[in-house]
Design a protein around this ligand. Structure first.
Ligand code: HSE
Length: 450
């Protein structure tokens, strides 16, 4: 391990001086960009005190100038469709990227960093896919790269990992980091609705987008898991490293069964360390999947579209961060917090603590991770079936923690809950059970928060 932080490699970072204006370019003027502009104007005096100099918006880049030119928040502000020209203006010190997508903003953010501008981005997909490339570019140029808004909007989890727990040892992070899926699961639990009906309600109320794939398939949460794991474990974890399973197969029956056993199904992003027998970290893993959470766990009571992130650290113990994880104003609040930090550094000099992947743990796939399964099967109700199916688990050394059988005619519902075993082994057992004569159907396989 080389002990040389980015800061020490890059020497000093002189400031412009107190009272000097900090030029800002805003790329994108959707819901978040509009709210950022509005807040910069509304809070300008307070922001100046906090930064040590005024924020001066040098321009806003949009794809269609005509569409935005009459909006009240851009009156007197340069509006352009040439983002690159705006970024490269000499009087721009900080670039705020709130466009979304990956390839186009990646080019712009890299160009900004290479031109010596600090960058604030709300773009989780970009950071999860290309965070290390962007962090390297920021280190090379000696500028800041901030992305608090990329995970759970104004809930201060990135800053918490970057600063507050910088001296601690984060052991595990588990979180509800997608509001749309939490709304759907909560609606299913509180009304007994099917997944399809709860999704329709989420769409009607504006929680789910017209194409809800990124949310319901867990992709949005997986980007956030990659960012949290990278920050928490000082190791580069990308979107592709994260196992991802969404909520589309969760049924009203699954929800009812969870309730019966005093549990709640949540879509969790889980980032954890794997240890050897001496308690040393051997690897890290990040994943997203529906999870049975005991009702007494603080995450179980996170309802509606709220987000919550539960962090376990060696010295700090258990911490939970809760709030609105999406929406124009909460996301803009996080962007503004980052903007104040980046602007303050431009005025006073210095850099924010950068991503620091010094630990460089091995990132293992889900197969290598111990987990627990809750398997619900429909089986023939005849002598020897239960023993035979249980033997499938025993043959692979998997111990069962509970078995429950409910009769219905000549069939039975068999619910098996395992103790911890490797995901790979549990998956193989379920595949074998699928082919077993006595098994009519595997109704659901849901993991427990082990
Ligand atoms: N679509 C996300 C959610 C917010 O439902 O929480 C943006 O990441």
């Amino acid at each position: 391990m080389t002990v040389a932080s980015a800061e020490s490699r890059n020497g000093n970072y002189p400031g412009k001086g107190i009272g000097q204006a900090v030029g800002v370019a805003i790329l994108g003027k959707g819901t978040v960009g509009t709210e950022v502009l509005r807040l910069i104007q509304e809070f300008s005096e307070n922001l100046e005190h906090r930064i040590g100099g005024p924020l001066a918006v040098r321009g806003v880049a949009v794809s269609n100038v005509g569409k935005h030119k009459d909006a009240p928040e851009v009156q007197g502000i340069y509006l352009t469709d040439d983002a690159t020209e705006l970024i490269n203006r000499e009087d721009v010190d900080v670039v705020v990227e709130v466009i979304g997508g990956i390839d186009y903003p990646r080019k712009l953010v890299l160009a900004a960093l290479q031109a010596g501008k600090s960058v604030v981005t709300a773009n989780k997909a970009l950071v999860a896919a290309h965070g290390s490339e962007l962090a390297d570019a920021a280190n090379e140029a000696g500028v800041d790269l901030y992305y608090e808004a990329a995970v759970a909007a104004a809930i201060p989890v990135v800053g918490m990992l970057r600063r507050s727990l910088a001296g601690d040892q984060v052991q595990r992070i588990s979180g509800i980091v997608n509001g749309t899926t939490n709304f759907i699961l909560d609606a299913m639990a509180s009304t007994g609705a099917s997944y399809e009906d709860a999704l329709a309600e989420a769409t009607r109320l504006g929680y789910a987008e017209a194409d809800p794939t990124a949310d319901v398939e867990g992709h949005d949460a997986a980007s956030k898991a990659a960012i949290l794991a990278s920050m928490g474990f000082h190791t580069r974890v990308t979107f592709d490293d994260v196992y991802c399973e969404g909520i589309t197969k969760i049924t009203a029956e699954d929800i009812a069964a969870a309730k019966k056993s005093n549990q709640t199904i949540k879509l969790l992003a889980i980032c954890e360390r794997l240890y050897d027998e001496d308690g040393n970290t051997t690897a890290v893993n990040a994943r997203v999947h529906p999870t049975l959470v005991p009702n007494e766990h603080p995450l179980a009571s996170v309802d509606q579209s709220y987000n919550a992130i539960f962090v376990e650290a060696e010295a700090a113990g258990r911490l939970m961060f809760y709030g609105n994880g999406a929406g124009g104003a909460p996301t803009a609040s996080a962007v503004l917090g980052d903007l104040v930090g980046a602007a303050r550094n431009k005025v006073h000099g210095g850099r924010a603590p950068a991503e620091n992947p010094y630990a460089d743990y091995k990132v293992v796939g889900f197969d290598e991770v111990p987990t627990r399964y809750h398997v619900n099967m429909t089986v023939d109700d005849r002598v020897g079936v239960l023993a035979d199916l249980a033997r499938n688990f025993a043959d692979d050394g998997v111990s069962l923690s509970a078995v429950r059988q409910e009769e219905s005619g000549d069939e039975a519902h068999l619910i098996v809950v395992t103790h911890k075993a490797l995901e790979r082994d549990l998956r193989a057992i379920v595949q074998r059970l699928e082919e077993h004569d006595a098994v009519k159907a595997i109704n659901s396989v849901i993991r427990l928060d082990a």
